[in-house]
Design a protein around this ligand. Structure first.
Ligand SMILES: [Zn+2]
Length: 143
């Protein structure tokens, strides 16, 4: 961030960032933090459109892959072709699959195997991409 106050900023820059939302977005994307559940307006987003990476703008998820979740974060059955990269995450004494943007490496969330089936969702894959809303920018179709 652009905090250039030399004398009054002994604390880390995140505390002095002028925009708390942007500070949270920066933490979520760049440092792998997770936003609080039910905090993202994208949980309720039902319009058609495209979800792109908040870090680099790469198209990550189509609205057609989104489905309602009860976990508190936006959920998707699959990413767009080649957009999502994964790696094993052993933090918190669990083995989970972390997902990040294949282009910029920005942290997105985790993927679980409890998503909707093809019978339950048009793009059901049984996978659930649990994504930080802060890591996504939503662009409605035709906007
Ligand atoms: Zn990216």
């Amino acid at each position: 961030m652009n905090n250039r106050s030399p004398a009054s900023a002994p604390s880390p820059s995140l505390k002095t960032a002028s925009d708390p939302f942007m500070a949270a977005a920066r933490r979520a994307v760049l440092e792998g933090a997770t936003e609080p559940p039910f905090s993202s307006p994208l949980n309720q987003e039902g319009r058609a459109g495209l979800y792109s990476c908040a870090g680099c703008g790469a198209p990550l998820y189509k609205s057609s892959a989104k489905f309602p979740t009860s976990c508190g974060w936006p959920g998707f059955t699959q990413g767009t072709e080649g957009a999502i990269a994964t790696r094993a995450d052993h933090s918190h004494n669990m083995t989970r699959t972390e997902i990040h943007c294949a282009r910029c490496g920005g942290h997105l969330g985790h993927v679980f195997d409890d998503g909707p089936t093809a019978q339950e969702h048009p793009e059901g894959t049984t996978m659930r991409h649990c994504v930080n809303g802060l890591a996504l920018d939503f662009t409605p179709s035709g906007a």
